[in-house]
Design a protein around this ligand. Sequence first.
Ligand code: NAP
Length: 259
Amino acid sequence: MELGIRGRRALVCAASKGLGRGCADALAAAGVDLVINARGAETLAETAAAIRTRHGVAVTAVAADITTEAGREAVLAAAGDIDILVTNAGGPPPGLWSDWNRDDFIRALDANMLTPIALMTALLPAMMARGWGRVVNITSQSVKAPVAQLGLSNAARTGLTGYVAGTARQVAPSGVTINNLLPGIHATDRALALDTGVAGSAGITLDEARARRAATIPARRYGTPEEFGAACAFLCSQHAGFIVAQNILLDGGATNATI
Ligand code: NAP
């Protein structure tokens, strides 16, 4: 399907690997020029080169921590005019409710709520002035169905979701849509790290840990960054202009809910 966004310009944050890279790759396949970001310069440069070679679009790579003010300034300065914003960053660490103090919450809120809000605040006005824009925030399945040990993530991402619910309706009259994509378990480095931890603590192999987790998903497998990216690119497409303020689960059916 032609997505109708060829020649548009997207900023995809935290995109050297995993879900962010999946989104960058799918947008590039639709002919979108990219600004991509991650902290590690080397992997980011490799990803940028691979996307340029594969899709022939322009890719600017900005190595910076998107959760810091200085990092966001560097990324936004390099980005210039942006039609499509995909927000993303690493998730907060797991733990127990009694482990966390105010500083832990501030860090989580900064990374997974206030950073996407700051990026939207910076980029929405020009999108609105041009009468067209797309924002996709990568949040988590945990917004719909909390993961008990991810209290910091549950709190920060739900806060972002509330912000999007109102803001999306304020910017929609200007042709700008904001939606959230909620990943369930996907085969990325983050999933590998979690499975490695489980394998160690349960005294089982990594394959066994993976198989046990996959068995909890109705689709009986993990999602892929390619599938996730394709959904993101569709939400950013010309065809998705009437999809506003939605929270779309990509979880293979894992969240057991009717709506
Ligand atoms: P991943 O495979 O570990 O990739 C994370 C990417 O983000 C890397 O490119 C990383 O590069 C970059 N990054 C991390 N922190 C950053 C920062 N502060 N500033 C700029 N770039 C940063 O992770 P993923 O699985 O794609 O997960 C992406 C998001 O989805 C996370 O918030 C995660 O919690 C959430 N999520 C994932 C799953 C899943 O199953 N994969 C499920 C639910 C939610 P550098 O390290 O070089 O910066």
